[in-house]
Ligand binder design. Structure first.
Ligand SMILES: *Cc1c(COP(=O)(O)O)cnc(C)c1O
Length: 400
């Protein structure tokens, strides 16, 4: 019989009853160190008192009114996002895929309104992940995800990640923009080089294209800067955010320059839930924590500490780990082909460490941004044991 929850996920047989900071407990009191953060989403950890209080207080006042009215919590959150980013204006929605959909609509609308309706195509990258809606499946371009869902939505051209010659060759008179994750998450925790991001910006300027960044996973402090593209010293024209922005409460956003945002007039785009008082109270509480003086510097420091530990781990377990990749607190262990990342994920969970598999046989580490160096060390200790668990299996497989 089919499960009452549609079987769209291979769920681990674990159910958590409560959490605190970077830790989760099952009902039978088994404790896990959460280096997955619900897929890079519980950005300030579990049950953060400030976030809990903000949500409870807002829920007790007013939760939802619709965008037919002014929403002071949304205005405040938008103003703070504008103040701390390249953007002039923000649209709130509820998920990453929805933010990306709106972002691509904004890109197309810009060209339609500036006399180039023929410019609707967007250059995307191999290994990308942009979400599960019909258009974002096409932007993702992964055959595995597209299969069985009819003709892919038209308008997305894929080139190899990091290949500037391929990008330039793919630009046609129909190209509207370039869509890229500064750090590919699902695809295998691959950061774009900072120079590549700068070259994309330059190509967009040269050809009149819009640079659209998907910072759903890389943004909101995960890289050690508020937005990952800030490491490259560039500004996009439009950007999506979700995952960590609500600290676990569903919230997404499109941030845009005025020259793009001005065409999303009443009736062009919308969302019933988007930016409701409760979601924005959560967003504001998360920002309070992440923008606190010294917070991002601390993320950067812990991230570098974790990176060094992972490098040492890779040295100790060459039969299991091929290398370390990623940026900030979005890190990946690239595993040897003989060690499957889902097996390694299970081995880590068996040791009490939660991680997330990513593409290209990478084990992804995306802890809450509030972790301490001691928690990073604990994760390294558990990973070391997980590697030992996985190693004999690898040796056996290699011998076959
Ligand atoms: C998770 C993710 C998405 C999709 O977000 P949803 O909230 O699941 O729709 C899009 N882009 C990137 C980079 C992501 O990591």
């Amino acid at each position: 019989m089919i499960p009452v929850l549609m079987p769209t996920y291979n769920r681990a047989d674990l159910a958590f009853e409560r959490g605190e900071g970077a830790w989760l407990w099952t009902a039978d009191q088994r404790r896990f160190l959460d280096f997955g953060s619900g897929i890079a989403t519980s950005s300030i950890g579990h049950a953060h008192p400030h976030l809990v209080r903000a949500i409870a207080e807002q829920a007790g006042r007013v939760m939802h009114v619709s965008n037919l009215y002014r929403i002071p919590e949304a205005e405040r959150l938008a103003a703070r996002l504008v103040e701390t980013s390249f953007a002039d204006s923000v649209f709130f929605c509820n998920s990453g895929a929805e933010a990306n959909e709106g972002m691509i609509k904004a890109v197309r609308k810009y060209h339609a309104e500036t006399g180039h309706p023929e410019r609707y195509r967007v250059i995307c990258f191999e290994g990308a992940f942009h979400g599960r809606t019909l258009a974002m499946l096409a932007a993702t371009g992964n055959e595995k995800y597209l299969a069985g869902f009819g003709p892919p939505v038209d308008g997305f051209d894929h080139v190899p990640f990091g290949n500037m010659n391929a990008v330039r060759a793919a630009i046609t008179p129909q190209t509207a923009g370039i869509l890229i994750e500064p750090i590919q998450g699902e695809g295998g925790v691959r950061p774009a080089s900072l120079q590549f991001l700068r070259d994309l910006r330059a190509a967009c300027d040269e050809y009149g294209l819009l640079l659209a960044l998907d910072e759903v996973q890389s943004g909101m402090g995960r890289s050690g800067r508020l937005w990952a593209h800030q490491w490259a010293g560039i500004e996009p024209d439009v950007m999506s955010s979700a995952k960590g922005i609500g600290g676990g409460f569903p919230l997404g956003a499109i941030l845009a320059k005025e020259r793009v945002a001005q065409y999303l007039k009443p009736g062009t785009h919308g969302s019933t839930f988007g930016g409701n008082p409760l979601a924005c109270a959560a967003g504001n509480a998360v920002l309070d924590v992440i923008l606190a003086p010294g917070f991002l510097e601390r993320v950067d420091r812990v991230a570098r500490h974790l990176w060094r530990g992972l490098e040492a781990l890779a040295q100790r377990h060459p039969a299991v780990v091929e290398g370390v990749q990623g940026a900030g607190l979005l890190l990946g262990l690239k595993l040897k082909p003989e060690v499957g990342n889902t097996d390694m994920q299970a081995a880590a969970a068996a040791e009490g460490l939660l991680t997330v598999a990513a593409g290209m046989n990478v084990l992804r580490l995306a802890p809450p941004l509030i972790i301490t160096e001691a928690e990073a060390d604990e994760a390294l200790r558990l990973l070391d044991r997980a590697c030992r668990r996985a190693a004999p299996q690898a040796a056996r497989d290699a011998a076959q």
